[in-house]
Design a protein around this ligand. Structure first.
Ligand SMILES: [Mg+2]
Length: 194
């Protein structure tokens, strides 16, 4: 099966790193559990200037190549890639000149075997995931999951449980999974159903 795996919030802990930039701008230390909606600045009630300050820091060269992977994510995705056609599917950061390069560096570091014949990381950069065909997509954004599932009605979007996607987001074609072991179970059961 072809499987699309989001990067930020799914395999890479973007939020913890972004909250360090928020602390530098606001002087307040927040935890990932404080982020109750997908847009971090709005979730924390930051001002436009504070959001711009944190965003500016995030766009500097090398920022996204320092993110920590989530516990269990590297092992689980590597396992999936042994028996499935797995591609990372992520958005570029338009205001950064180095984001895509830094992301490739990060993916090669943590997933050295997940490369094309040319040795490139198996990553698709897209502004709109709805147009990407696959049997399964894994994401932490409830709306992306819903929109993708409505375009690909016979396929399944796995919504990886995070503090920012709580609420009644289950809909046709979207399945919430609590952690990476549930991802592996869900993929197995979807494959068994054909
Ligand atoms: Mg994400």
């Amino acid at each position: 099966m072809k499987i699309l795996v989001d990067v930020d919030g799914v395999v890479a802990d973007f939020v913890t790193a972004y909250l360090r930039e928020v602390e530098a701008v606001t002087g307040h230390r927040y935890a990932p559990e404080d982020v109750k909606e997908w847009h971090i600045g709005q979730a924390l009630g930051l001002t436009r200037e504070q959001i711009d300050g944190a965003d500016w820091s995030m766009s500097r060269g090398g920022w996204c190549s320092d993110l920590e992977p989530y516990t269990g994510a590297v092992e689980a995705v590597t396992e999936l890639a042994c028996s499935h056609d797995v591609w990372f599917c992520t958005m570029s950061l338009e205001r950064s000149n180095t984001w895509d390069h830094d992301r490739r560096v990060w993916l090669l570091r943590h997933f050295p075997d997940m490369v094309t014949d040319a040795g490139c990381p198996r990553v698709i950069f897209t502004p709109d995931k709805r147009h990407q065909m696959a049997d399964i997509m894994i994401d932490d954004n409830a709306r992306f999951c819903k929109d993708w599932a409505s375009e690909h009605w016979s396929e399944t979007a796995l919504l990886l449980d995070r503090p920012w996607n709580q609420g009644p987001h289950e809909s046709e074609g979207v399945m919430r999974v609590r952690d990476w072991s549930e991802v592996l179970e869900a993929v197995e059961s979807i494959e068994a159903c054909g």
